[in-house]
Design a protein around this ligand. Structure first.
Ligand code: GFB
Length: 315
């Protein structure tokens, strides 16, 4: 049986040590999949075309989740632009080309909500792609992710490859990056506010004005959505995956203060970038396919905080 529901089908998860890849592995294992293939960075350099091709030649996976990427928050995007563009382009091009060459039955590529124009009408529908200028703080990353979508689309159109793309909103969950220079906003706030409480600091330094709005999805919900698309969806149109709700960075900080039990003040540093003012995604297409987020933001943050708080160190 050649179906993503076949529990013995060989599935390659690229990026299995990252937050998204590890959530997909957890989901598939819980469903009973017994033939999951992974490689660490030391075992397979995804930027090396010959190595990636040799891996596909040897393993011949039937299904591929392309969750490997160089990612980071607003500051990392700003300072590592060359790496965000080059590494992501190479990873995508190498895996998608080899997947086609070695007859992968189906591949799912993971993009990002930052592919859409900075001032796209809200909520952002899939057809907003390439209708306006991108947010400058993450343009290199967004261009690499747009290239990935277009690789899936063109390999489908020219060669008939069943390659699909999912566009998740901002994510959080187990396995997130808590390095304050390179992390996304939610893990940064969790760590900063935890540390402020642990050290009895009267205020906590946060970036920007607190007014931009963001939508946050727990990565376990994303994993369920990706597997649902792999099971059921076969079209060149990329699919937004989000919760349908957003809040301001200030509201997020206040929610985290109440979860952590911190009562000091928030000290906004407006010299740091705000990024895009809002990026709430329209999830109608995904909802029509039968998937919805199940983990509320407050519940999700409480779960994550319970998992990580012991690992945080006071400065
Ligand atoms: O998650 P984040 O870094 O990136 O969030 P984006 C940035 C927003 O949070 C800005 C504010 O408005 C920041 O001013 N912020 C406040 C902070 N305090 C902090 C802090 O301590 N750390 C961080 N990181 N932000 C991402 C892209 O954009 O969106 C990724 O960088 C990806 O590439 C993702 O596409 C979906 O949400 O602006």
């Amino acid at each position: 049986m050649n179906s993503p529901l076949d529990l013995h089908a060989k599935i390659y998860i690229a990026g299995h040590r990252g937050m998204v890849g590890s959530a997909i592995v957890r989901f598939l294992k819980a469903r009973g999949h017994s033939n999951i293939v992974t490689r660490t960075r030391q075992e397979l350099d995804l930027i090396n075309q010959a190595a990636v091709d040799a891996f596909f030649e040897q393993e011949k996976p039937a299904y591929v989740y392309l969750a490997a990427a160089k990612v980071g928050g607003i500051h990392a995007n700003n300072i590592y632009g060359a790496q965000f563009l080059y590494e992501n382009l190479m990873i995508e091009a190498n895996i998608i080309h080899s997947a086609w060459k070695h007859n992968v039955t189906k591949l799912l590529f993971l993009g990002s909500s930052c592919i859409y124009p900075k001032l796209a009408p809200q909520p952002i529908t899939e057809d907003s792609l390439l209708t306006g200028p991108l947010e400058p703080t993450n343009e290199p990353y967004a261009i690499a992710k747009i290239a990935g979508i277009k690789l899936c689309e063109t390999y489908r159109n020219q060669y008939g490859a069943n390659f699909i793309s999912a566009m998740p909103t901002n994510l959080f969950g187990p396995g997130d990056n808590y390095d304050l220079k390179t992390s996304h906003v939610l893990p940064a706030l969790l760590r900063k506010i935890h540390t402020a409480k642990a050290t009895d600091a009267p205020s906590v330094p946060l970036w920007g004005t607190g007014t931009p709005k963001r939508e946050f999805l727990h990565v376990d919900d994303l994993a369920a959505g990706c597997v649902h698309l792999m099971d059921t969806y076969n079209s060149s149109e990329w699919v937004n995956i989000g919760t349908g709700e957003d809040l301001s960075i200030r509201e997020l900080a206040e929610m985290i203060c109440s979860i952590v039990g911190y009562e000091g003040t928030l000290d906004w540093d407006a010299s740091k970038p705000d990024g895009t003012p809002r990026k709430l995604m329209d999830g109608s297409r995904m909802h029509a396919l039968g998937w919805k987020a199940t983990i509320g933001l407050q519940e999700g943050i409480e779960r994550v905080y319970a998992e990580v708080q012991d690992a945080f160190e006071a400065p």
